[in-house]
Write a protein that binds this ligand. Structure first.
Ligand code: ADP
Length: 395
């Protein structure tokens, strides 16, 4: 049987990220981004091998952008497209694994929209457009939350009256599940361990950041909660704050819920602390030049990350390794070393040379000799979504 091709689609409210994944090829056959959809500046960018190209698609919505993509995908796949995998942010408690998309599963995804009002409706827009354009193909939804459905109740419940959980779904769900699963599986492979009998701490550090405890191939706890705001310091998100901050700001400054929402999600995190940027590369450069805000933002980021990892260690009986991934985790030797410096009690220590050279897509161990394993593992959510889609095609 020739190697199969899966198109992976990730729809935001005004963008579509896509990748054509061939099951036998490590690199994407085609990948790209349609952005500013719905505006006169809508544009499609794509890359095939070393070739890059783009096309203005003024006024295009999700459906028109996908229609423009169609010939590109068909040509790159040599007319052999076998299925489409869709990233969906929230699967609520209904979805514990990936699922085939049909009327029943679409209805269940629509029902979770109140839990992710910014993301799920945009994901659905893309799914519906793609299903109309490719009606003959199998469409699969892969959820950011599904991997964390294995958390025990004592890890996913908030200390709130039960009625909020039972009737309104207020609980911890966790996100980035596709990435935590992919990198923990890869870590076991790289370490010659059986994934089904191994224990990992994972730090996914991109614009959004979360930690996860993975035991025997299952998530046992994670730092994000009801929404992706809980937990670590992120690019523009505050992570954990005292929940009374809301009423404090409302009472003392007269701020509305919308204002507080924007503050915590868009103006806080690395950006708020540094007063400079949400981008770790810029902060590292500014720190080199002695910028006090950037220096503090990095210190808070690493300390809070270490605290979260130490807390996640409660879910493990043994530690087979700590994994760094995401744009920051894969590239920043500084963040890795500052974080691990706070984790001496777990016995962790890095080899400075291995740490410095394991960047830009390299994978491998970076711990000092004789200390517990620390791995850098580049994430690949698109490949994991394609693998899940292939698995459903096979069954
Ligand atoms: P997203 O969550 O949007 O997928 P990424 O995983 O690409 O984001 O991560 C983006 C973050 O990674 C940014 O803060 C960026 O500055 C950081 N990053 C990328 N390369 C480096 C680098 N060489 N050193 C430090 N940080 C980096």
């Amino acid at each position: 049987m020739p190697a199969r091709n899966i198109l992976v689609i990730n729809c935001g409210s005004s963008s579509i990220k896509f990748a054509l994944v061939n099951e036998d090829q490590p690199q994407f056959v085609l990948s790209g981004l349609a952005e500013r959809l719905g505006s006169p500046e809508a544009e499609l960018h794509w890359q095939r091998g070393a070739d890059k190209d783009s096309l203005m698609i003024p006024g295009a919505d999700h459906r028109l952008a996908l229609a423009q993509l169609l010939p590109l995908v068909q040509s790159a796949a040599g007319g052999q497209l076998h299925g489409i995998g869709h990233r969906v942010v929230h699967g609520g408690e209904h979805f514990t694994t990936a699922c085939r998309l049909d009327e029943l599963t679409l209805t269940a995804i629509r029902a979770t929209a109140p839990l992710a009002p910014l993301h799920n409706p945009a994901n659905l827009q893309g799914i519906e457009a793609a299903m109309r354009l490719f009606p003959e193909l199998t469409h699969v939804a892969v959820f950011d939350t599904a991997f964390h459905q294995s958390m025990p109740e004592y890890a996913f419940r908030y200390a709130l009256p039960e009625v909020l959980y039972r009737e309104h779904g207020v609980r911890r769900y966790g996100f980035h599940g596709t990435s935590h699963r992919y990198v923990s599986q890869r870590a076991a492979e790289l370490s010659d361990l059986d994934y089904g009998h191994s224990s990992w701490l994972v730090a996914h550090l991109g614009n959004g950041c979360s930690t996860c405890a993975v035991v025997d191939g299952h998530s046992r706890d994670t730092s994000m909660g009801l929404t992706p705001l809980e937990g670590l310091v992120m690019g523009t998100r505050s992570g954990d704050v005292d929940p009374n901050l809301h009423s404090h700001l409302a009472r003392t400054l007269g701020w509305s819920l919308e204002r507080i929402d924007a503050l915590l999600n868009k103006e806080s995190g690395l950006l708020g602390l540094s007063g400079l940027s949400n981008d770790m590369r810029s902060l590292e450069q500014a720190r080199e030049q002695g910028h006090a805000g950037a220096t503090l933002a990095i210190e808070v980021f690493c300390y809070r990350l270490a605290k979260s990892l130490a807390a996640m260690a409660c879910a493990l009986n043994q530690l087979d390794g700590l994994i760094f991934t995401g744009g920051i985790g894969e590239n920043s030797a500084l963040i890795r070393s500052q974080t691990v410096a706070h984790l001496k009690l777990l016995g962790l220590a890095l080899d400075p040379q291995a740490n410095a050279k394991t960047v830009r897509g390299a994978a491998g161990p970076i711990q000092a000799a004789g200390h517990p394993r620390v791995l850098v593992v580049p994430t690949n959510e698109e490949r994991q979504i394609a693998l899940d889609t292939l698995e459903l095609l096979d069954h």
